[in-house]
Write a protein that binds this ligand. Structure first.
Ligand SMILES: [Zn+2]
Length: 448
């Protein structure tokens, strides 16, 4: 029994969710299905699933990547989640972060500005139709849903094209934002589904516009810093509540400690989660979702894998249940995952994956330090007589040795993840961690 791992009889927050971001290092089909039992054991009852290019899109099949799940896998996963009492909330981007859509030739004309792949122009006639088709596509497999997340965050070039500029000048930014999303909110409402959007684009809206929004959608407030309320002011949250908005909170269990991290920064992740859970309890928010970003955006290298982040994941679940960080959290996570392993739950890859990731991250950071050290020794421009050829030769050798070590450790990382992620993505991760280092070292050694 897992009772000894959880103290409270009732959880601190009712919706305790994990975000699966499938646009980087996506779990293999088998791994996706096996994850459900672990989440259930950790008392997770909600999954925010961002299928992105892993979904078997039928409206626009070219949006699938080469290892996209089959419809059968998606349905089987959803059925398993249902049986485990885990509510699935799908996430489809509707405004920003639409790189997977807007990078494809048929949709390039829908960009707000031609050079920015991420943002949709709400003034193009087909903009809403495309998003609605994606939403409908998801509904085909997901059966009855309570919530549907429409993204809507970080629309960097919002209101910049000529047509949008004119609308903003006439009616303001909030009106333009609402005009794009309202038909989609309305469509979901007709199906009995409540939409959710991220909160960052509406933080400075006037109260009257927030009230209009509150009738139509929930807001998911996000910040992933150790203290999330340094940048995201509590006043903003209070303004949302005053306008009648139903709020969710989003922390992060992974994917928020640098775009090239190999491991989550556990103390920061736990502090962030605990702060949000406390805030959610105080403000009676609907729930807390621990996001698990796989890339900072579609167009950058993947960050840390799900496998190396399972300790952070189960600790987020623990904090959502108890309302606070347990004493000796790392030890709690090891014991809990050990318990899961003995019970036959699929966690055994965590330990070798974590070790490989820690070694790799440490070694990569060391090389960047060594490059710095070499450059300082080799470039005493004002005092060339002080350049020590012996030390330069030695520093060059250290760089060569470290590069070899990075490549060896990246292979170990790759090996430890076999079976958990399709091989093609593991090879891409290997290259993302070794190529920049190799090119830097080659460049330094060739130039000096
Ligand atoms: Zn526009």
């Amino acid at each position: 029994m897992n009772q000894k791992f959880f103290v409270r009889k009732k959880p601190a927050v009712s919706y305790r969710g994990i975000h699966l971001d499938l646009k980087g290092l996506p779990p293999s089909s088998g791994r996706l299905l096996s994850l459900v039992s672990l989440l259930r054991e950790a008392r997770i009852n909600c999954l925010l699933v961002e299928w992105e290019d892993m979904y078997p899109w039928s409206s626009y099949p070219f949006l699938r990547n080469e290892t996209a799940y089959t419809r059968k896998t998606v349905e089987c996963f959803l059925e398993k989640a249902r049986q485990a009492g885990i509510e699935v909330i799908p996430l489809v981007q509707s405004f920003g972060h639409l790189e997977n859509v807007l990078s494809r030739k048929p949709f390039r004309k829908l960009r707000e500005i031609p050079s920015l792949v991420s943002d949709l122009c709400p003034s193009r006639p087909a903009a809403q139709e495309v998003i609605l088709n994606l939403v409908k596509d998801i509904l085909e497999t997901h059966g009855s849903l309570k919530y549907f997340h429409l993204g809507g965050d970080e629309v960097w070039s919002f209101g910049r094209c000529r047509s949008c500029r004119k609308k903003v000048a006439q009616s303001g930014k909030a009106a333009l934002y609402l005009a794009h999303l309202e038909p989609i909110f309305h469509f979901l409402d007709q199906q009995g589904i409540r939409p959710i959007i991220w909160d960052d684009m509406v933080r400075d809206w006037p109260g009257a516009k927030l009230k209009t929004l509150a009738h139509q959608t929930d807001l998911m407030c996000w910040n992933y810093a150790a203290d999330p309320f340094q940048r995201l002011k509590r006043d903003t949250l209070e303004r949302f509540v005053k306008a009648g908005c139903r709020l969710w909170a989003a922390s992060a269990f992974k994917g928020a400690d640098g775009p090239y991290a190999d491991r989550p920064n556990l103390p920061v992740r736990l502090a962030n989660m605990a702060a949000w859970v406390q805030q959610a309890s105080e403000m009676k928010m609907v729930g807390v979702i621990a996001t698990g970003w796989s890339r900072y955006n579609t167009f950058v290298s993947p960050c840390e894998s799900l496998e190396v982040s399972l300790d952070s994941l189960v600790l987020s679940a623990k904090i959502a249940w108890e309302g606070k960080v347990p004493d000796q959290p790392a030890s709690w996570a090891e014991k809990f995952l050990g318990f899961c392993q003995r019970k036959g739950l699929p966690v055994k890859s965590f330990f070798p994956c974590r070790l490989a990731a820690e070694n790799l991250q440490c070694c990569r950071e060391k090389v960047f330090q060594e490059v710095k050290s070499y450059l300082h020794q080799a470039h005493l421009v004002g005092e060339p007589e002080r350049i020590n050829p012996f030390r330069i030769k030695q520093a060059k050798q250290i760089l060569k040795d470290s590069l070899e070590k990075v490549e060896k450790l990246a292979r170990e990382w790759q090996k430890s993840h076999q079976g958990q992620v399709p091989a093609i993505w593991l090879e891409k991760y290997f290259l993302s961690r070794t190529e920049p280092v190799r090119r830097l070292v080659d460049f330094i050694l060739a130039a000096h």
